[in-house]
Design a protein around this ligand. Structure first.
Ligand code: G4P
Length: 189
């Protein structure tokens, strides 16, 4: 998506070889016009998949997932990162390991918003190691939902996320695919 790539080149900062800072339009401040265009793009790509619901993982996935759900005309369901809720029967939960942050977190979803056989589109802001999407898909599998696709705003293609998701059988569509980051360098595939 050219508009997104231009924005990344203009405002993105390669902090090091692994991390791209995009605080000015995706993580801390949000460019609402860009999010609308992102939502239209994802909705167009996944239009034929009869999506019933969009799912994202809080928090930075919410903005692009919201506009995607809006243009698809379906609800958005947000999966939460929260402390143990073992006594709560009304939620699905799984543990996700973040390689970027070198820590585990508990991902939860409210059972009442996931129905058997629903077609789900997962949207997230970054794809690094793929663990957040795999965690979300474990929950969706438990809920007997069908993951019809994965939409990613920024994919770091030099990390293993795409490969892991494709091996798991997912249709992965990324709007910007980064081949290399370095000191002042951002290269797309
Ligand atoms: P994975 O799901 O692909 O395995 O990703 P990983 O755990 O490695 O990444 C953990 C968090 O770090 C995620 O945010 C992800 O969006 C973010 N992240 C990964 N690489 C980058 C990067 O190059 N730049 C930026 N800006 N973020 C990156 P999170 O913990 O879920 O935070 P948030 O969604 O609440 O913002």
């Amino acid at each position: 998506m050219d508009l997104l790539k231009e924005k990344i080149l203009k405002e993105g900062i390669a902090v090091n070889e692994n991390i791209l800072k995009v605080d000015s339009f995706l993580n801390h401040q949000i460019d609402t016009n860009l999010m609308m265009e992102i939502g239209k793009n994802f909705a167009t790509y996944f239009q034929a998949k009869n999506i019933d619901k969009v799912v994202t993982i809080e928090s930075s996935g919410i903005a692009p997932a919201f506009t995607t759900a809006h243009f698809l005309g379906v609800p958005l369901v947000v999966f939460k990162k929260q402390n143990s809720s073992i006594l709560n029967q009304d939620i699905w939960e799984t543990t996700v390991h973040s390689f970027t942050k070198n820590s585990d977190y508990r991902l939860t979803a409210s059972k009442k918003f996931l129905k058997e056989n629903e077609n789900i589109l997962i949207i997230d802001d970054f794809l690094a190691n793929g663990e957040a999407v795999l965690g979300a898909s474990r929950i969706l599998n438990a809920a007997k939902c069908k993951v019809q696709g994965v939409g990613i705003v920024i994919e770091k293609s030099f990390q293993p996320g795409r490969c892991k998701l494709e091996n798991a059988g997912f249709d992965v569509y990324s709007l910007a695919r980064i081949a290399r980051l370095g000191n002042g360098v951002i290269e797309f595939i």
